[in-house]
Design a protein around this ligand. Sequence first.
Ligand code: CLF
Ligand code: SF4
Length: 503
Amino acid sequence: MELSVLGQNNGGQQSAGGCASSSCGSTNDQLSHLPDNIREKVHNHPCYSEEAHHYFARMHVAVAPACNIQCHYCNRKYDCANESRPGVVSEVLTPEQAVKKVKAVAATIPQMTVLGIAGPGDPLANPQRTLETFRMLSEQAPDIKLCVSTNGLALPECVDELAKHNIDHVTITINCVDPEVGAKIYPWIYWNNKRIRGVKAAKILIEQQQKGLEMLVARGILVKVNSVLIPGVNDEHLKEVSKIVKAKGAFLHNVMPLIAEPEHGTFYGVMGQRSPEPEELQDLQDACAGDMNMMRHCRQCRADAVGMLGEDRGDEFTLDKIESMEIDYEAAMVKRAAIHAAIKEELDEKSAKKARLAGLSVASVQNSTSGRYRPVLMAVATSGGGLINQHFGHASEFLVYEASTSGVRFIGHRRVDQYCVGNDTCGEKESALAGSLRALKGCEAVLCSKIGFEPWSDLEAAGIQPNGEHAMEPIEEAVMAVYREMIESGRLENDGALLQAKA
Ligand code: CLF
Ligand code: SF4
């Protein structure tokens, strides 16, 4: 199939930026290798293109309350944890309310290019509500890409309907391809009006997921596979999952960390199943990357998320606020098209410039070092646009990049609030700064637009070099510049032993 060939062609290629395409999802540079019809589907989708997530926004509408399976990481009082953060409750909308909300958001946030349905249950366990929403949107807001995320059980019988409504992007959550592993994740499924348990249930679910994947690929629909990394349950097994879904034509693999908190009341949370450390997640993503394009910028959004990835502007679009908005969608589409064209132009220019500069900077580092220096992790504070443009103290998350003599590659994001920041559950009071320090574990520099004196000293004391000298510069150029400065200052000198030890 066309898509699996694409995947093979991409595997292991080195972009001009030195970023292995197989390791970091679809960056803007890598899109240039794709046929026009695929580029068109991906270039402004913030989840399918890593570059796009700096510029374009997505929104979800919570129209699908029911679910047809049980996952051990889910409490049914909350949203589906397959594409959303566990422990979050979204307000369920009717399809009519959802369409009104989408048009209000699209008119207010023109960068919003994608509407996804991801819960609060499984969208395809609620086919009428989900498909009715898509049908109305494809008629009334044809400039919005439509996207859906599912556990896959009901997928095969919905594929033709999805194709009919012009849905270009489908996410299937596939945590296993072995029913024995599946039985440790899914206690039951609801299938043909019966509750089925154990290995038998997992076997049916896996068969449906794989069949659905093949049917989507056969219709030219892009498929992203989400997997929840559950230490000790499917961590090793996910490498096999990645190989299989790639062979069947999936476009992208998104391995997400399990979030298991006792207060969410999930089976795993109550049983004390631990979540993975950031290093474990990165190691697994790197291991899968030899075979597959990996997504590393997922923010595990809410089922009613609105805005750029990592941001939630839902409060601006509550039902009462939408009611009072008058939307002229024809006029909004004209404005949106102009803004999208301007962003595309900026991205194309940036991509061409990045290719030139990154090639030069990588070459200059390689020439001056003979490749002797170890890679360095650096954190970046950004509020979007691909620039270093956020004050250290305002950052609720940091993007982490790895600089090496091969170039710069995106590794992932670290949320400050995912670490202890001194709430009542912590047991000891920690400041927000202490939370940031924990989030920056393993990083040797942090690049931001500005930083105060106190955090500066504490970061230095923790072995993390703060750097505000590259404010408003493009992220990857700035990271490479700092890496070069580290080499030239001798900071990475005599690290050969460390490099060998790490290797
Ligand atoms: Fe939503 Fe998912 Fe479509 Fe994106 S989210 S349905 S593919 S539009 Fe994106 Fe959010 Fe991660 Fe999902 S960052 S949770 S991968
Ligand atoms: Fe929960 Fe989603 Fe799993 Fe259903 S598919 S049990 S809603 S996590």
